[in-house]
Write a protein of this length. Structure first.
Length: 349
């Protein structure tokens, strides 16, 4: 019996009918305006068992050199673009993606028998602009449902209990707000410039996107900047890795067009004035977030640096980033501490 969601036009081929009868998924179903589907499966981004996250035709998995830390969750990223459409390359900023583009990011934790999917966040380039849509997985791991103000959940991971918080749509917009416009923040050339193991073999992601028609006007990958992998000493210097970590975790707000643009503290990777990185810089606003410390960053002294103090906290109105984590990222904190100890700058002058 045909699924009631499967529809055929008068020109459908016998081959298409046989594929449907065999249980194969149809193409991705884009939705460019409200109301958006209640079920994640209605988008048809994945085939078969939804929790397996097997991408449908045209849905491309991808990874980032240095991703955002989210309470040690694993993340599975995919992108889909309408047939014949492609993104326009930008050297420093997020690519210009066509209307209809769908980004999917699923957060999960390992279990004794596999993994537990917590949420899948879609970022959809709708007619009215980019729209964040959080889908929460049910206990049976059979479906994820749209919930714009979801309750949190507890997760057991690494011998600790994590009170995992699912951000609401307004919080999603807060991080994705660039010059008061909601935009993707991860898929930049320097963060995508890495190899990925596709079903067809290992290939540079930028080269793959070019080959399948998802990206245009791109220099050869060997001429594109590449962000270091923060936890891989072979990928760059200590400074390279620290700045990559700060870009992934802080620069979505701490850039001239972000929510913290007025702070004068910018963490975009690449050449930076030391004052913009906080070296001997007095914070624009004090309060609990300063910890009674004088400077954003004191070279050679993490304990006297507001940056380190705020990363080492989970207190509301103190911790940074403000949302997206509930535990301290010890490995990231150690990296930033090492970097601060290597930075020169006498703030006593």
């Amino acid at each position: 019996m045909l699924s009631p969601s499967i529809k055929f036009g008068t020109g459908s081929s016998l081959c298409g009918l046989l594929l449907a009868l065999a249980g194969c998924s149809h193409q991705v179903r884009p939705h460019r305006k409200e109301p958006f589907p209640e079920k994640l499966s209605s988008w048809r981004l994945f085939t078969g068992n939804p929790a397996a996250l097997r991408p449908n035709q045209g849905v491309v998995p991808y990874d980032l050199n240095s991703p955002l830390f989210s309470d040690y969750a694993s993340k599975f990223r995919f992108v889909w673009m309408p047939k014949g459409a492609s993104a326009l390359y930008r050297a420093d900023d997020t690519f210009d993606f066509p209307v209809g583009t769908i980004f999917s990011k699923t957060f999960a934790y390992p279990t004794a028998t596999g993994r537990r999917l917590i949420e899948t966040r879609l970022l959809v380039h709708a007619e009215a602009g980019w729209t964040p849509l959080p889908y929460v997985w049910n206990p049976g791991q059979t479906e994820a449902y749209l919930d714009v103000a979801a309750a949190g959940t507890q997760v057991q991971y690494g011998g600790r209990t994590i009170d995992y918080i699912i951000p609401n749509t307004n919080q999603c917009k807060e991080c994705h707000n660039q010059a008061k416009i909601t935009l993707p923040i991860g898929p930049k050339a320097r963060n995508l410039n890495k190899d990925f193991d596709y079903e067809t073999g290992r290939e540079n992601q930028l080269a793959h996107w070019i080959r399948i028609g998802y990206l245009r006007r791109v220099p050869p990958p060997d001429r594109v900047a590449k962000l270091a992998q923060w936890d891989d000493p072979q990928s760059g210097t200590l400074s390279d890795r620290a700045l990559a970590y700060l870009e992934a975790n802080c620069a979505h707000c701490h850039n001239p067009n972000g929510a913290a643009g007025a702070s004068g503290l910018y963490f975009n990777a690449g050449p930076q004035d030391s004052l913009r990185l906080g070296v001997c810089k007095v914070p624009v606003s004090a309060g609990l977030g300063s910890g009674n410390l004088r400077f954003d960053l004191v070279g050679g002294n993490p304990a006297q640096s507001i940056l380190y103090f705020r990363m080492n906290s989970i207190e509301p109105k103190v911790m940074m980033p403000e949302i997206g984590r509930t535990v301290i990222h010890r490995e990231g904190l150690e990296l930033i501490g090492q970097w601060i100890r290597s930075v020169s700058g006498d703030c006593a002058r």
